[in-house]
Design a binder for this molecule. Structure first.
Ligand code: GLN
Length: 236
């Protein structure tokens, strides 16, 4: 299986390393025409405004949208999730361009600033059933987004409780989240819509390769033999 990596910015090396652990080669992709050589796509975490500017500079949006619209498997992690969402709201959204295709509303920087980044044990029965291992996954959330609502064709794979006691609740993003979700509720952090997979956290920054295995299986089930990663940084 061939894995393409569109290495615009960010943690593409970590995705390549995770794929390598599974015996899959990742190749970096930076130009629209290179997408023609691959049949699946990963959009890693990073900074979605920067990613959008770089994608625009390299004229990647039409090719990326076509890729999604053709039904090819695509996985977006964190900023990649934002890129895939049909609608993005929240701090600094600023009308940035999105690839779209995933029927959901995502809230950027939902959990607060970089300082409010955290790790959390997520219960993910669907993935545990398919990939084995514990029924949970250690999610790394770095200035992470959250999904506030999804369309009828979207399967929710993981949710996380929203705590309003945290210091993060003092900033604007958290005020938005309180308005959006109400106290004591959960927000969605992993979804699947057909061949689209999206996670608000960063499996590529852990030693646990089960999300990569899950995506590879998803890609192989569609008869697609290759993957591609679009990468961004984890800064913002
Ligand atoms: N906050 C970033 C953004 O809005 C995403 C963070 C990440 O990918 N770790 O693009």
């Amino acid at each position: 299986m061939v894995v393409g990596v569109l290495a615009l910015q960010g943690s593409f090396n970590e995705h390549i390393a995770a794929l390598k652990r599974l015996g899959v080669k990742g190749i970096e992709i930076r130009k629209p025409e290179q997408l023609q050589n691959v049949t699946s796509l990963i959009i890693p975490g990073g900074e979605s405004t920067t990613m959008a500017k770089l994608a625009e500079y390299h004229n990647l949006f039409p090719a990326l949208r076509e890729f999604v619209q053709m039904g090819k498997p695509v996985w977006g992690t964190c900023a990649g999730l934002i890129f895939l969402a049909d609608k993005a709201i929240g701090q600094k959204t600023g009308g940035q361009e999105l690839v779209g295709g995933l029927d959901c509303t995502v809230h950027r920087n939902f959990f607060g600033s970089q300082l409010q980044s955290f790790e959390a044990e997520l219960s993910i029965p669907e993935m545990a059933a398919q990939e084995g291992g514990p029924p949970s996954f250690r999610g790394v959330f770095i200035r992470a987004p959250a999904i506030l609502d999804v369309g009828p064709g979207v399967e929710v794979l993981a949710e996380i409780p929203v705590s309003f006691d945290k210091a993060s609740c003092s900033d604007r993003a958290s005020q938005d989240q309180e308005e959006s979700t109400g106290s004591g509720k959960k927000v969605i952090v992993a979804v699947r819509q057909g061949n689209l997979l999206a996670t608000a956290f960063h499996p590529e920054l852990t030693a646990d390769s089960r999300w990569h295995a899950y995506f590879l299986k998803m890609a192989s089930e569609t008869g697609e033999g290759a993957l591609c990663c679009v990468s961004t940084s984890v800064e913002d």
